[in-house]
Design a protein around this ligand. Structure first.
Ligand code: J2J
Length: 520
């Protein structure tokens, strides 16, 4: 695929010879026994045989629409059976899902369709008063498939035909595109090959002790890397367990499902973990089936991690991952101290880690620096982004994560901060440059600088500093403006401050440190 950066031949040979990469493709992940429960979604309960048949019929339906190997299809679905079926069906025929989040709007979806030259878009019908079909009318795609009331489009239930043999994708093909958290003006796509993503999910399932008995509750968007493949939905399918879909992470949604389905594992971001710790003391539900709570996406405080076993009656696992690849997990047999105070260690023996200073030189052992990494499931380049790639990777192919870490003698990493221009709002990533670009389009805004403000619940919230031309826009007006531009709501600023001028660094760049300091 053009625009995809492959691994160099020596590493490809090594990862294959050492068994990290095999012949398996994403379409093969349904490995549970046919009669075992695979998926619980709302009132629907599907066995592995049911899900396999649904995926096969939908795959044949996509083929009949004219989609096939290498075709990109933007998928934007909430945690529904439709998401699981559409994903499995597309990867079976070698079509490549581009996984958007349900929160994305016309600005993000339109760009993803363009960048990926998508031939199709799969969405739900509505979410509250937002209508995905209305947005779909403006998209440059041939096929719109709607899981729900389809209006003039094709219903997902009608993408259905008798199963046929499809051309099998090559394990080295791009199997799925994930979205990067982003540090630039426009979102970036992360190509994940079948073999690297299969390794990602299988190795994760092993480290997390997933078995046929695992009942995994999905509360994060299933389209996010964490909930999809770390080990996530796909890791459960590969080990024969059961996936239970929840509409959200709120205790009102999640706790009754844990009780009813006897869920054993769940992956959450820190704000959800905090809600759960709080709610466990007064909620009436029986959470005793829970064995493991995976927490990641943003830093989880050691003090809170220490409360999980007592308050929720299960173990906690810290996960420091990224859609770009590298995953760090605390291990099930790690000491309490490591589990509470670190963000885990790399999943794979073949993960290579470097911690460097501002000049790119390795720091002394145990010192804080920027984390660079390469390995058998870490990308070698964003899709169709040569200029950005020149900055985001070292000449020898290490990905610059933008995360500041230190490494303990055990190999565990502690995340100490961030060197990238991004806000981590409770696990949701916001590119400062992207939001600044939107704000600059407002007629009253002369200049904009977006910074993260520490927040007890969310870790960080978003503050937009503005230099205005005339009357300063209120927060309400700015949000309405961003909504009208089709920007996802999680990117809206939480707070706006006007200033006369921005403080500058000695080289003349806006000093976000100095701006952030004004707030504390
Ligand atoms: C501090 N920062 C963290 C952590 C991620 C599993 C878990 C998370 C993600 C994810 C993921 C962090 N402590 N425990 O894909 O599979 C920040 C870092 C990182 C960025 C990646 C997974 N866990 N982060 O969050 O692609 O800054 O993936 O580089 O959304 O989240 O964001 P994303």
């Amino acid at each position: 695929m053009d625009g995809f950066t492959p691994w160099p031949p020596d590493l490809e040979a090594r990862y294959t010879a050492e068994g990290y990469w095999g012949d398996r493709v994403l379409g093969d992940v349904l490995r549970g026994a046919p009669e075992r429960p695979a998926l619980v979604a709302g009132d629907e309960r599907l066995t592995y045989a049911d899900l396999d048949l649904r995926a096969a019929r939908t795959a044949a339906g996509f083929l009949r629409l004219g989609l096939g190997r290498g075709d990109r299809v933007v998928v934007q679905l909430p945690n529904t059976a439709g998401f699981v079926v559409a994903f499995l069906a597309l990867v079976r025929i070698g079509a490549v899902p581009v996984l958007a989040l349900p929160a994305h709007r016309a600005s993000e979806i339109g760009y993803l369709c363009e960048l990926s030259e998508a031939r199709g878009y799969v969405c739900g019908d509505t979410d509250g008063d937002f209508d995905y079909r209305e947005m779909a009318r403006g998209l440059p795609v041939e096929h719109v498939v709607v899981d729900g009331e389809a209006q003039e489009f094709t219903a997902l239930s009608a993408v259905d035909a008798d199963p046929v043999e499809a051309e099998r994708p090559d394990p080295s093909d791009v199997g799925v595109f994930l979205l990067s958290g982003g540090t630039t003006g426009l979102p970036k796509l992360i190509p994940r090959t079948h073999r690297d993503y299969v390794y990602n999910l299988e190795a994760s399932a092993e480290v997390c002790g997933f078995t046929e008995e695992t009942v995994y509750l999905v509360v994060l968007p299933a389209a996010h890397n964490f909930a999809l493949a770390c080990p996530g939905v796909l890791g459960v399918f590969a080990t024969g367990g059961t996936v239970v879909l929840a509409p959200s992470g709120s205790p009102d949604d999640a706790f009754p499902l844990i009780e009813r389905e006897r869920a054993t594992v769940c992956a959450v971001v820190p704000p959800i973990a905090l809600l759960w710790l709080d709610a466990a003391s007064w909620s009436g539900e029986d959470l005793s089936s829970l064995e493991l709570l995976q927490v990641g996406g943003a830093k989880f405080a050691a003090e809170r991690a220490a409360e999980v076993p007592g308050d929720l009656g299960c173990r906690v696992q810290q996960v420091f991952g990224m859609a770009e690849g590298l995953l760090n997990y605390t291990r099930l047999d790690d000491s309490r101290d490591l589990v509470e105070h670190t963000q885990g260690r790399p999943l794979s023996p073949a993960d290579e880690i470097r911690v460097v200073d501002e000049d790119g030189e390795p720091v002394a052992p145990g010192e804080v620096g920027e984390l660079l990494t390469r390995g058998p499931y870490t990308l070698r380049g964003y899709y169709r982004a040569p200029e950005h790639n020149a900055r985001s990777f070292t000449p020898d192919g290490f990905y610059r994560t933008g995360d500041l870490v230190r490494v303990l003698p055990t190999g565990h990493l502690v995340v100490e901060g961030r060197a990238k221009d991004q806000i981590n709002r409770g696990g949701d990533k916001i590119s400062a440059e992207e939001l600044e670009g939107h704000l600059l389009a407002h007629p009253a805004v002369h200049d904009a600088a977006v910074v993260g403000v520490p927040d007890a619940m969310m870790g960080e919230r978003t503050c937009a500093f503005l230099v205005v031309r005339e009357k300063e826009p209120t927060l309400r007006e700015l949000k309405d403006f961003l909504r009208a531009r089709g920007v996802a709501a999680y990117k809206y600023p939480d707070r706006v401050e006007t200033v006369e001028t921005f403080p500058r660094t000695p080289v003349g760049k806006v000093s976000k440190k100095a701006l952030a300091a004004r707030l504390s």
